[in-house]
Structures are given as C-alpha cells and as structure tokens.
Design a protein around this ligand. Structure first.
Ligand code: SAM
Length: 417
C-alpha cells in the first residue's frame, strides 16, 4: 500500500501571472521506507478541488477557466513531485477557501456518494474486483488538504468510505458513511495512518454484512460492549469500530444499547486523536449510531506504565470486553511492556468481577515487517495468552512484493462474563 503524503503544507505563491498553489508531495509506504515505483509505466496523479458542486464560488472557480483538474505523472525512480497548480486570474490569496484532493487517476470514483479523495473500503480488500472484472492491484491512499483564507491547514485528511450498508444515521439509500482522519503533515509515527489499521478497519466494515465473518473477529454477546484500543495513533481503527459496532452487533442478532470505545496512546498522539474523534462524532451524529449510544473517548496510556498496573481513570473504570491494537508490534523493544499491559488489563478485569479465569479477548492486527517481531509470541505464551490467526488479508503493493495483514485473536482465561 502507498500513501500520497504532503511534505509541507501547500503554499499559495503570487507572481505577475497570478496565483499558483505550490505543492510538494511524495508517494510512499506507511513507514516511509520506499517510494512508489510503477514498473509498468507512469501513474497519472490528479489534483482537483473537492466537491465543487457543494461550494461553487470557492472551489469550482479556483482553477484556470475550463479546467476541472490538474494532471501530473509519477514515474519510477521519483521521490518527490513538485506540482504547481495555476489559479484563475483575479483571485486574491486571502479569499481562497477550498479543499483539494490528490489521487491516482485510475482510482476515480464510481459513485456520487463518495467524495473525491476518499478510498472506498472495497478498494482496500484485494479479493474485490473492479468494474471490469480485474482483481485490484496495489492501492494508493489519496490525501486532501484545505486552504482557509489562503493559508493551508497543517494537517492533511484521509477519507475512508465505509461502503454499502453503512449510511449516516442508517437512513438507507442516503449518504454513505465517509470517515475522515487527520494526519500531521511531516514525519511522526504516532500521527499517521498505518497499513494494518487501515486494512483491519476496511475488513471490519465489510465483514458487517456477513454474520460468520464478523462473529469470528468481533463476537458481541451483550447489549453493552466496551472496547479499549492501545497505540491508537490517529485513531482509524477505534473510530471505525465505534462507527460499525451497532451494525456488527445487529449482524450477530444483538441490539446494542450502549457502547464505549476508548482510544489510548502516548501524549504526542493525543491532539490528532482527539481531533479525529471530534470529526467522527460530527459525521456520526451526537453520540448515537444507528440508535445505540456509542461513546468515543481518548486517554493517554503508556505501556511502560500500563504493565505496572498504572492506568488513567477512563481505562481503569471499565472491564473491557475487547482490547484492540494494530501495527503496534513492530518495535521489539516495546513488546514486553505491551504484553505486560495486556496482562495487567486482564488482571484488572478479574479483579473487577472478583473471579479468577475471567476471559479476556484481544484483536491484534499486524503487517509483519521483520522476523524479530516473532518475539511477541514467546512473550504471550509466557503470560498464558493463547493466540491464533483468524484472518490473513493480502496487501498487493505496486512495484514491490505483496505484503499481508494478519489479524490475531488472543485469549486468556476461560470464563465468559
Ligand atoms: C505504527 S503506529 C500504529 C498506529 C495505529 N494503531 C494505526 O494502525 O494506524 C504505533 C503506535 O503505537 C504507539 N506507541 C508506541 N510505543 C508506545 C507506548 N510505550 N505506549 C503507548 N503507545 C505506544 C505510537 O505512539 C503509535 O501511535
């Protein structure tokens, strides 16, 4: 999987010819360790105003007359694309209020409810085929950026379109739920989306249409269900889970009345995670998803503290039905404190119910990157966690070897409470 990534906020430059947006972006992997290298020829990349129909004054008219989009080519060997987008004459910089998407031309939208720059979940799942019956190859995640009064926001936004079955307020036939996630422009591990989180989110949203698939990964046996996410980063997995929980429950014959999803990470991730929770709440409606009261919250939780039983008030207050984490097991040095945190959460759950051998379940998604990560399984065994791979999702990658996202279920104790 590759990501369009802005290297710095876009700028509006002025010259005698008028205004030009100066854009510097790359197309790279989640880790930023390799650049898109299309061996079968250049890939057309489009820069276009988003949803001009919704904002005719600000967006549709910003480009030169008669231009709807600007097209660029990304070739093998490129590391940076320095794009200049000419704006129509007569515009004043401080009046430019609009959003732009950067996306590959081949990923153009097929339906009107998906905004430009959104990635439909079906495109992330490689066994899906496109309208021509071809199996999808590697995907490039688009990005959007926005000018407010001529100044570009310091974040770019990724949009995941949850697809058929997920509508805003379950109006059915209405607007498909499009979740937005801010990422920081520049480099920070805690403030980007990662492959395992994105693919697992797409899979869970898609699996809600199949009772067996969703039950296998996400068994909901009660009308109240609480999920804790560790290392949530920008929050893609936790926020997607909050958005699909009532559907996931309904697919299993349960009516969810109340649910809570608590995102946790280091304090450096907090600002972005909280912004994304606010965006999620704005999209989903105030606290209510499909009639269920779904709370999404954030609290800092450092595994170095969690493994010593030191939790914040929100994490400590609830015996969690499910703990989830994605792409958190690539750093071998932090595995002992991570597994220690899982065990401390299990002990807290036993204490809450005053019973030994209460069952704890964890959904762990990972894109294996190197063999040293196997150390995780030794640590899990040592602390009496059982584990099994429940799903392997192939992740085709343009110009490079395919990868895979594995979803594990870990369990400890046996008594379901
Ligand atoms: C590769 S990112 C994955 C983020 C997110 N889960 C996703 O899939 O997009 C790993 C995350 O683990 C967090 N992390 C690393 N060490 C941690 C620690 N000791 N305690 C809590 N979080 C930690 C990082 O801040 C980062 O957000």
């Amino acid at each position: 999987m590759h990501y369009v990534r802005l290297l710095r906020p876009a700028k509006i430059q002025s010259s005698t010819e008028g205004l030009t947006i100066s854009l510097l972006f790359t197309i790279t992997t989640d880790l930023g360790d390799s650049f898109l290298c299309p061996e079968d020829g250049p890939i057309d990349i489009i820069v276009a105003p988003v949803d001009p129909a919704a904002s005719p004054v600000d967006s549709a008219s910003v480009l030169l007359r008669g231009k709807q989009v600007c097209k660029y080519k990304w070739k093998a060997g490129m590391r940076i694309l320095d794009a200049k987008v000419k704006l129509r004459p007569g515009l004043k910089k401080e009046t430019v209020n609009c959003k732009f998407a950067i996306y590959p031309a081949q990923q153009r939208l097929r339906d009107t409810s998906t905004p430009l720059g959104a990635l439909p979940v079906a495109d992330v799942l490689p066994w899906r085929v496109d309208t021509n019956g071809k199996i999808r190859m590697g995907v490039i995640m688009p990005a959007t950026f926005e000018f407010v009064n001529g100044i570009c926001a310091p974040v770019s936004v990724r949009t995941l379109a949850l697809g058929p079955g997920h509508y805003i307020n379950d109006s059915g036939g209405g607007r498909i739920l499009n979740l937005q996630f801010e990422e920081e422009i520049g480099e920070s591990i805690a403030r980007h989306i990662w492959d395992a989180g994105l693919v697992t989110s797409a899979y869970l949203a898609d699996a809600c249409s199949s009772p067996e698939s969703i039950r296998e990964l996400f068994p909901i046996e009660r009308e109240r269900f609480n999920v804790l996410e560790l290392g949530s980063g920008v929050g893609i997995l936790g926020i997607t889970i909050a958005s699909v929980l009532p559907k996931a429950a309904a697919a299993q014959g349960q009516t969810l009345i109340e649910a809570k999803v608590l995102l946790t990470d280091l304090d450096e991730a907090e600002e972005r995670a909280r912004s994304n929770i606010a965006r999620g709440k704005a999209t989903l409606g105030l606290g209510s998803v499909d009639g269920a009261d779904v709370a999404i919250e954030y609290e800092n939780l450092d595994w170095d503290e969690g493994c010593d039983d030191r939790f914040g008030p929100l994490a400590a207050a609830t015996p969690w039905d499910l703990v989830v984490l994605s792409d958190c097991t690539y750093n071998v040095d932090s595995l002992p404190s991570l597994v220690g945190t899982l065990s401390a959460l299990h002990a807290a759950k036993e204490q809450h119910y005053g019973a030994e051998a209460v069952k704890s379940s964890v959904l762990l998604a990972t894109k294996p990157r190197h063999s040293s990560e196997q150390a995780l399984f030794g640590l899990l065994k040592d602390q009496s966690w059982m584990y099994r791979v429940v799903k392997e999702i192939p992740l085709p990658k343009i110009g490079e070897e395919d990868e895979v996202v594995q979803i594990y279920i870990l369990e400890r104790g046996g008594r379901v409470v």
